[in-house]
Design a protein around this ligand. Structure first.
Ligand code: AMP
Length: 430
């Protein structure tokens, strides 16, 4: 795989003036490593597969050259904006939020094209009628979630026969969310001759199969790990039943501008928000049972800083671009090691240093070791002052993953204030 070189300037990447002007306005001073690699390859018409997390600048990496191609081609041929119900550039994404976010970015990069390149987003959870209207006369770029796109195709609102460029954004996530059948149906409707760009944070077998079936002589791009390591990761050992207290303490102590807290279940979002409220902390929730309107509103409020604490399930883990999110907290550990990377990628975006905290009790012990092993990381276990580990937890209990025994006599937990606690033993032995 190709690894990242020192970033050039955007002008050196041969981008055209209307895009360069926009990048200056957006204060993008230089391309990110993924942009340096991807932009020339896309402009050269190559297929590519890129290992890139959100936060790496991958949206601009594929959107800028796509826009440039469409714009220059239109200028050459001087046709009216897309004719018929056709689409030229198709970007498939796994979630509604990502569809909206990617489309907003594409539109923003194209502001100096004076409407020459039309971009539409389609996704489920909202009425299809408005989307059908927007698709009338076709579109140059369509950002879509697979299910809604299939629906719109069955009602002839859009045709894929003329797609020239296909982007699969977060391919691993699309497959893990169960879009396999929808994807193969969609891919079957696309012309054979096209350019395909596949982005994926991880490369499980399904993604590799997809790559083999879909890509022709692709350029492979993988960022060096240093490029992505703008997130400081910390792990806190916490007594069972004390996570809420520790979380409340950390939030009050650090007064983060924004904190994104991950839990594993929709109802855990609500429970945790209630418990934090009782401790004087207002938090909002973000999960799949909430309607699209609510989700959009909450996200905007969180982005703009009106909401300080957002408690979310993994639907927020991928793709959401919340500028410079200072901290991500794993209240529950994610189920899969790759979800861990996606969650922590919400922080430390585009060169900013972020912070990812994981609160683990003894039941999380093994699981966190797996997460570390798979992601090739090894983190020191820390304790939060005032919430030190119960000294009755032994290494054997941790290894056996057994419920901790109550300290004899008092029935209360004893706290170890100073010196080498069991956590230190844990750290050394594990
Ligand atoms: P993405 O990985 O595409 O979700 O982008 C993450 C964030 O980085 C977004 O807020 C982009 O606006 C921002 N961004 C992308 N490219 C650059 C760049 N070259 N310089 C500064 N910010 C960037």
């Amino acid at each position: 795989m190709t690894t990242a070189k020192t970033p050039a300037s955007f002008a050196e990447l041969a981008l055209i003036q209307p895009l360069l002007a926009r990048l200056t306005e957006l204060e993008y001073q230089q391309p990110t490593p993924i942009q340096t690699q991807v932009i020339p390859s896309v402009l050269a018409g190559r297929d590519l597969i890129a290992g890139a997390n959100t936060g790496s600048g991958k949206t601009a990496a594929f959107a800028l050259p796509m826009l440039q191609d469409l714009f220059t081609q239109k200028n050459r041929e001087n046709p009216k904006s897309s004719q018929g119900n056709y689409v030229t550039g198709l970007i498939l994404v796994p979630t509604r939020e990502l569809a909206k976010q990617v489309a907003d970015s594409v539109k923003s990069y194209a502001v100096h094209f004076n409407g020459a390149v039309k971009t539409v987003a389609v996704f489920g959870g909202v009425s299809a009628n408005t989307q059908m209207l927007a698709l009338r006369g076709g579109t140059d770029i369509l950002v879509a979630t697979p299910g809604r796109l299939l629906d719109l195709m069955s009602s002839n609102a859009i045709k894929l026969d003329k797609v020239k460029t296909l982007v699969l954004d977060e391919a691993d996530r699309m497959l893990s969310l169960g879009f396999t059948d929808e994807l193969s149906e969609l891919l079957g409707k696309l012309p054979k001759q096209k350019q395909t760009l596949l982005f994926s944070a991880t490369f499980p077998e399904q993604v590799q199969t997809l790559t083999q079936e879909l890509l022709t002589d692709p350029i492979e791009i993988q960022l060096q790990s240093d490029d992505a390591s703008t997130v400081v990761q910390r792990v806190f050992n916490v007594n069972k039943g004390e996570k809420t207290a520790v979380l409340a303490h950390l939030i009050k102590q650090h007064q983060w501008r924004q904190a994104l807290v991950f839990v594993n279940a929709k109802n855990s979002c609500e429970h945790l928000a209630d418990k934090l409220y009782k401790r004087g902390i207002e938090a909002e929730v973000f999960h799949g049972d909430k309607g699209q309107g609510y989700r959009t509103r909450i996200l905007e409020a969180f982005k703009s800083g009106e909401i300080d604490v957002l408690i979310a399930t993994d639907i927020a883990a991928r793709g959401l671009d919340i500028e410079k999110l200072p901290v991500v907290i794993n209240f529950d550990l994610p189920r899969s090691p790759s979800d861990y990377m996606h969650r922590i990628g919400r922080s430390g975006r585009a060169g900013e240093v972020g912070l990812a905290l994981s609160l683990i009790d003894y039941e999380d012990f093994h699981h966190f070791k797996v997460i570390e092993k798979k992601n090739k990381i090894r983190l020191d276990r820390e304790q939060v002052e005032g919430f030190e580990l119960d000294e009755t937890i032994t290494q054997e209990m941790l290894e056996a993953n057994k419920p901790m025994a109550k300290p004899e006599g008092t029935g209360k937990k004893k706290r170890k204030k100073k010196g080498l606690g069991n956590a230190d033993v844990w750290l050394k032995n594990s």
